[in-house]
Ligand binder design. Structure first.
Ligand SMILES: [Zn+2]
Ligand SMILES: [Zn+2]
Length: 1018
C-alpha cells in the first residue's frame, strides 16, 4: 500500500521531515560512499562572506551549486563537497565596526586591535553557523564542518608564498598613485572593487573664473563638480586642436560649447598653452609658490562644461598622470579620513562634502564664481560602507600585470563560459585591467608579508617557517597570522644583516584570500597529508578540514566547474585565474556557470529599507525550499531573476498538477491493490502487452530523460524546468485523462506504465526539488518494492534512451487537433459536454490512426480527414492595384467576392468572375463564419466542428450534464470512489432512455423515480 496523499502538499513540513530523515539515515554519507573511487568531478566553492545570515540572493547560487552536485552524484561522480567562508578584510571589519559603534580608524585603534580581531573572528563564527543552518534548510549537501575559512594560517601562508613568487619575478612594487579612496574606511579601493559601485548622485556644478595674469580683465572659465578639489588646483587644460574664444564678459571658453555666443577674439587651444593665471585659492598656505598655467590635453571633452578643465593632480587619476607629463606639483588636500589638512587655512578639518557649499560661497564673495548649479551624474560609492569615494594620492603595493596578461588571456581561452558572453567580459577585463592594487590600510585581514629594510632590500616572507627563521623578536605572542600580533614580529634583513626590520602595516585585498583557494584547500606542493591541518590560526576550532597532499591537488585541480554571479568575473573568477596562471600557468577551472542579478518580483532592487527584501528564513516558511529552488532554476542565466511570492504561488499551482497525478496513482493503486516492480524503472514495463497510449507514455518519459540530461549537461536549468512542466502536462492532461477508466478496473499495463513515468519524472527533477522528489520516491518505491534504494539519490540517474520520435510526433499532432477542436467549440459557443455529430480535420499527417481518441476527446461521433469546410477569410478587391488594371470590371469582381464566389488557385492566387487575381490584388479581411460549423486552424492544421444539435444529441448532452451533477453530489456527500448509490430522478424524465449508461457512470445500483434529483448510499 502507498501512503495516501493529502490534497495539497505542505512543502515546509515535508521538507523538515525529509531533512531529519536524511540525517537519521545518513543518506548523504551513503551517497558519498557509493561514489567514492568513481570518476572525479571537481567543484570548487566560491567563499561566501561570513558576516550575515543566509539571504535569498545567496540561496540562488547555493541552489545551482547543489543542483549540479546532486546531478553529478546521481551519475556516479566522486566529489569533495567542501564549502568555503570568506572571513577577513573590510567586509568583516565594517560589520563589526557598526556593531561596536566605532566610526573611524582612530576609534578602532583606541578600542584595541587585539580585541577588534577577536570580535571579527566571533562575527565569522556566528555567521558561519547561521549560513550552514540556512544552507542545510535549503537542501544543500556539503561536507559541513570541514569547510575552509580564508583566515586560516594555511590560507594566509599560501598567499604569502604566492606573493614571494611574484616578488621573485620582479612584479611586486610600491606605487605612488592617485586612487579611488573611501574616506570612511580610510583606504584605497582597487579597480575591480569598483564594479557595480556607481550610482546616480547630485553634486554642485560650479563655473569658476581663473583671472589671467598677463591679460588684465580676462579670465579662463572652468567648470567642476567637485569643489573640494579647487584648493588643489595647479593647472587648466585646453584641447590643443579646438577653437577657444573670448566672450564680451572677458571669459575664455571653447567656441564649440557656446554656439550662440559673440566672441571678441578667437584662438586655437594650442595658442592658450602656457598662459599664466591666478589660482582659485592662492591665499592659502598650501598654494604657496605654485605657478598656475594652461596645459594642452587631448582628452578635454567638448561634451560638457566650458571646454577648459581644472587640473588638480592630488585629486584625480588623469590629473595625476598629467602631472607626470608636465612636471606639475601635486597637492594632496585631504587626509586618510577625507578632511582638509591644516595648510588649507579655514578649510582645515572640513570633509570634502562639508566644504562644497563654503567653497562656493567663498568664491562668490571674491567675485570668482560665474554660476552655481546642480549636476546629476554617475558617481562611485564604497561598496562596503556606501560612502562616496574620492580620489587621493597614496602609496600602495601593486602587482604589475603586463607580463602575465597574455598568459591570462590564453588561459581564459581554455575555459568554457555559460553564458558565453561572460567569457568575453573576462577577456575585456583582462585586456584593460591595470596593475593589481593589493594593499589596504586596515586591520583584520591578510598581513602582507613585506619587510622593507633601510638598505633598500625588500624581504617578502613565503611561509611561517621562513618568518620564524628570520625573526629576531615577536614570535612568542604569534598565535595566528593577524594584526596586531604579527606587527610585533621583527626580522633580520638577509641582505645587510640589520635586525629589527618591521613589516609594512598594510593588509591584503580580500580577493587574494579567495583567489588562492584552488591551491590552499587542495594541498598544492604540500609534501604530507595533515589531518585537520587546515583548521589553524583564526580557523582553529571552526573546521576539521584536512590539509591534503600534492597528489590530491593533482587529482582535483583544475576545478571541473565553478559557479557564481556575474560580478565575480572581475573578482573571484579573476583573482583565481590570476593566481593560478602565476603559480602553474593554467586556468583553475574548466567550466563556469555565471548568472545575472536578483531583483524583486516587480523588477526592483531588493532593499531592507524598501520593505521588499525577503529573508531566506521567511521564504523557507512561506514558500518552501523546493519552490525557491524551482524559481532559481527556472531562470535563464543571462537575465535578471525577479524573485518573490507571486512567482512562488504560480509554481505551487503547477506543482499541484504533478501532485494530483501522483495522488491519482496512489489512490487507485491502493483501491486496486497495485504492486509495482522495481525492474520496470530500467526501460519501462516489460513482459506485458502495452497499449499504444502506454507505449507513447514510455516514449514520452524517455524523451523527458533525454531532454533533462541534455539541459543539465549544458548547464541550463531553465530548460530542465521547461521539459518537466511539459512532461507533467502530457502525463496529466493526456495519459491519465485518456486512461482514467483503465485504473477504475485493474489494468496492469496502465498502472505499471504510469508508475514508471511518475517515478522517472521524479528522478530527473530530484536535483531541483530534492525534498518533494525524495518524499514521493519513498512512498512510491522503497515502501512497496523490496530491495529498492531508500532514497532517490541512491538510485542513480535514469538512462537516457532514444525515444520513439514518430510515436511522440503522432500524439503531439493528436493533442494539437484536440486543442483546435476545443477552440472551435468555444468560438461557436458550444459547451464541452455537448456531444456533436462530426469533426473534419485537414492537414493531419500522423493522427489518422487516432480517430477514436480524437472523437472521444472532442465528444463527436465521427472524425473525417481531408474533407469538410475550410476556414475562410473575407476577400476584398485591392482597389488601388485593381482599379488601374481592370477599370469598371472591379465592380463585378467586388460583387462576386461578396457572394463568396472565389476559387483559390494556390500561392494566394484566386479566380473571381473569370479573372485570375494575384495575392497582392486582394485584401484578406476577417474570418468568414460558415453557418453550422465551428472552425479553428493553425499554420498546419484546420479543424471544423459540425455544430448542429439534433434532439438526439441534445438528449445525450443532458445525460452528460446529469452524470456530472451526480458525481459532484457524490463528492459533496463525501462518498468513497467505490461506493454504490441509489439515484432518484424526477418523474417521466426522458433521460431514462439512457439508464444503463447513467448507472455505469455514477455507480448507481438502481434509479428510482421521485420529485427531485437525489442520491443515497446503496
Ligand atoms: Zn568605505
Ligand atoms: Zn637591509
Amino acid at each position: 500500500m502507498f501512503r495516501p496523499l493529502p490534497s495539497v502538499p505542505d512543502h515546509p513540513a515535508l521538507e523538515e521531515e525529509i531533512l531529519k530523515w536524511w540525517d537519521d539515515r545518513g543518506v548523504f554519507n551513503a551517497l558519498r560512499e557509493r561514489n567514492r573511487g568513481g570518476p572525479v568531478w571537481s567543484f570548487i566553492d566560491g567563499p561566501v562572506t561570513a558576516n550575515k545570515t543566509l539571504g535569498v540572493h545567496t540561496a540562488w547560487g547555493r541552489t545551482l551549486k547543489d543542483v549540479f552536485q546532486r546531478y553529478m552524484a546521481l551519475r556516479g561522480f566522486d566529489q569533495r563537497y567542501q564549502n568555503g567562508f570568506d572571513c577577513q578584510g573590510l567586509w568583516i571589519e565594517v560589520g563589526v565596526e557598526r556593531e561596536l559603534g566605532l566610526n573611524s580608524k582612530r576609534e578602532i585603534e583606541e578600542y584595541g586591535l587585539a580585541e577588534f580581531a577577536r570580535k571579527c573572528r566571533e562575527k565569522v563564527a556566528w555567521s558561519a553557523e547561521e549560513l550552514i543552518r540556512g544552507s542545510k534548510r535549503l537542501g544543500q549537501w556539503m561536507d559541513w564542518g570541514n569547510d575552509y575559512y580564508t583566515f586560516s594560517d594555511t590560507n594566509i601562508e599560501y598567499i604569502w608564498r604566492f606573493l614571494k613568487i611574484v616578488h621573485d619575478r620582479g612584479w611586486l612594487y610600491r606605487g605612488h598613485r592617485s586612487t579611488e579612496w573611501c574616506p570612511r574606511c580610510g583606504t584605497s579601493i582597487s579597480a575591480h572593487e569598483l564594479v557595480g559601485s556607481y550610482e546616480e548622485r547630485t553634486d554642485p556644478s560650479l563655473f569658476v573664473r581663473f583671472p589671467l595674469l598677463d591679460r588684465p580683465g580676462q579670465s579662463l572659465a572652468v567648470w567642476t563638480t567637485t569643489p573640494w578639489t579647487l584648493p588643489a588646483n595647479v593647472a587648466a587644460a585646453v584641447h590643443p586642436d579646438k577653437e577657444y574664444g573670448l566672450q564680451e564678459d572677458g571669459e575664455w571658453v571653447a567656441v564649440e560649447r557656446y554656439p550662440d555666443a559673440i566672441f571678441l577674439e578667437r584662438r586655437r587651444g594650442s595658442e592658450l598653452v602656457g598662459w599664466r593665471y591666478e589660482g582659485p585659492f592662492d591665499h592659502l598656505p598650501a598654494a604657496e609658490g605654485i605657478e598656475h598655467r594652461v596645459i594642452a590635453w587631448d582628452e578635454v571633452s567638448m561634451e560638457e562644461g566650458t571646454g577648459l578643465v581644472h587640473i588638480a593632480p592630488g585629486c584625480g587619476a588623469e590629473d595625476f598622470e598629467l602631472s607626470r607629463v608636465y612636471d606639475l606639483p601635486v597637492i594632496t588636500p585631504v587626509d586618510e579620513g577625507g578632511r582638509f589638512y591644516n595648510r588649507f587655512g579655514w578649510l582645515h578639518g572640513l570633509s570634502t562634502s562639508e566644504s562644497a557649499e563654503q567653497i562656493a560661497a567663498d568664491l562668490a564673495e571674491r567675485g570668482r564664481l560665474i554660476a552655481a548649479d546642480e549636476y546629476v551624474h554617475r558617481y562611485p560609492f564604497c561598496w562596503r560602507c556606501h560612502t562616496p569615494l574620492i580620489f587621493r594620492i597614496a602609496d600602495d603595493w601593486f602587482i604589475a600585470v603586463n607580463e602575465v596578461r597574455p598568459r591570462l588571456l590564453e588561459a581564459n581561452a581554455t575555459v568554457e563560459w555559460t553564458p558565453a558572453y561572460f567569457g568575453k567580459r573576462m577577456d575585456d577585463w583582462l585586456r584593460n585591467m591595470g596593475d593589481w592594487n593589493i594593499s589596504r590600510r586596515r586591520y583584520f585581514g591578510l598581513p602582507l608579508p613585506i619587510f622593507p629594510c633601510e638598505c633598500g632590500h625588500i624581504t617578502v616572507i613565503g611561509s611561517r617557517a621562513e618568518l620564524e627563521e628570520l625573526a629576531t623578536a615577536g614570535l612568542e605572542e604569534l598565535s595566528e597570522l593577524h594584526r596586531p600580533w604579527i606587527d610585533a614580529v621583527e626580522i633580520r634583513c638577509p641582505a645587510c644583516g640589520t635586525e629589527g626590520v618591521q613589516r609594512i602595516p598594510e593588509i591584503g585585498d580580500v580577493w587574494l584570500d579567495a583567489g588562492i583557494v584552488p591551491f590552499s584547500t587542495l594541498g598544492w606542493e604540500n609534501p604530507k597529508w595533515i589531518e585537520g591541518g587546515y583548521g589553524n590560526g583564526a580557523a582553529k576550532g571552526l573546521t576539521g578540514a584536512d590539509l591534503p597532499d600534492h597528489a590530491f591537488w593533482e587529482t582535483w585541480f583544475p576545478a571541473s566547474w565553478v559557479s557564481e554571479m556575474r560580478e565575480q568575473i572581475r573578482l573571484w573568477f579573476y583573482s583565481q585565474l590570476f593566481m593560478s596562471v602565476c603559480l602553474v600557468d593554467k586556468a583553475p577551472f574548466r567550466s563556469v556557470l555565471g548568472y545575472e542579478k536578483m531583483l524583486d518580483e516587480h523588477g526592483r532592487q531588493m532593499h531592507g529599507s524598501w520593505g521588499n527584501l525577503i529573508a531566506a528564513e521567511e521564504a523557507f516558511a512561506r514558500m518552501g525550499a523546493d519552490v525557491m529552488r524551482w524559481q532559481y532554476c527556472d531562470q535563464p542565466p543571462d537575465r535578471d531573476l525577479h524573485f518573490g511570492y507571486g512567482p512562488a504561488h504560480e509554481i505551487k499551482r503547477k506543482l499541484l498538477t504533478l501532485w494530483n497525478s501522483v495522488g491519482f496513482l496512489v489512490r487507485y493503486g491502493n483501491i486496486e491493490g497495485f504492486r509495482p516492480r522495481l525492474d520496470d524503472l530500467g526501460a519501462g514495463p516489460a513482459g506485458i502487452e502495452l497499449r499504444p497510449l502506454d507505449r507513447w507514455l514510455v516514449a514520452r518519459t524517455d524523451k523527458l530523460v533525454a531532454e533533462v540530461t541534455a539541459a543539465l549537461e549544458e548547464q541550463l536549468t531553465y530548460r530542465v524546468i521547461a521539459a518537466f512542466e511539459s512532461f507533467v502536462d502530457d502525463l496529466s492532461n493526456w495519459y491519465i485523462r485518456r486512461s482514467r477508466r483503465r485504473f477504475y478496473s485493474y489494468d496492469d499495463a496502465a498502472f505499471r506504465t504510469l508508475w514508471f513515468a511518475v517515478v522517472t519524472g521524479l528522478r530527473v527533477i530530484s536535483p531541483v526539488m530534492p525534498f518533494l522528489a525524495d518524499h514521493l520516491w519513498r512512498n512510491l518505491v522503497p515502501d512497496v518494492c523490496d530491495g529498492a534504494p531508500e532514497s532517490i539519490f541512491l538510485a542513480g540517474w535514469p538512462e537516457a534512451r532514444e525515444p520513439d520520435e514518430r510515436l511522440l510526433a503522432e500524439i503531439a499532432e493528436v493533442r494539437r487537433i484536440v486543442e483546435l477542436g476545443r477552440e472551435a467549440r468555444s468560438t461557436a459557443g458550444v459547451k464541452l459536454r455537448q456531444p456533436l455529430r462530426r469533426v473534419y480535420v485537414r492537414g493531419a499527417q500522423l493522427a489518422r490512426d487516432h480517430a477514436d481518441e480524437i472523437a472521444e476527446e472532442l465528444r463527436v461521433d465521427e472524425v473525417g480527414f481531408d474533407q469538410g469546410p475550410v476556414a475562410q477569410v473575407r476577400l476584398l478587391p485591392n482597389l488601388r492595384v485593381l482599379g488601374p488594371r481592370l477599370g469598371p470590371k472591379v465592380r463585378e469582381i467586388k460583387a462576386a467576392l461578396e457572394r463568396g464566389e472565389a476559387e483559390e488557385l494556390g500561392d494566394g492566387r484566386v479566380r473571381v468572375a473569370d479573372v485570375e487575381l494575384e495575392a497582392e490584388e486582394l485584401i484578406r479581411g476577417e474570418r468568414v463564419e460558415i453557418s453550422g460549423w465551428g472552425i479553428a486552424n493553425d499554420l498546419a492544421l484546420s479543424v471544423a466542428l459540425d455544430t448542429e444539435i439534433d434532439p438526439e444529441l441534445e438528449l445525450r448532452g443532458r445525460v452528460y450534464e446529469l452524470i456530472h451533477t451526480v458525481n459532484t453530489m457524490r463528492k459533496d456527500a463525501g462518498l468513497e470512489l467505490t461506493d454504490r448509490i441509489v439515484l432518484t430522478l424526477p418523474d417521466g424524465d426522458d433521460l431514462l432512455r439512457h439508464e444503463g449508461w447513467i448507472k455505469a457512470e455514477t455507480l448507481a445500483t438502481r434509479i428510482e423515480p421521485g420529485d427531485a434529483l437525489a442520491i443515497a448510499k446503496a
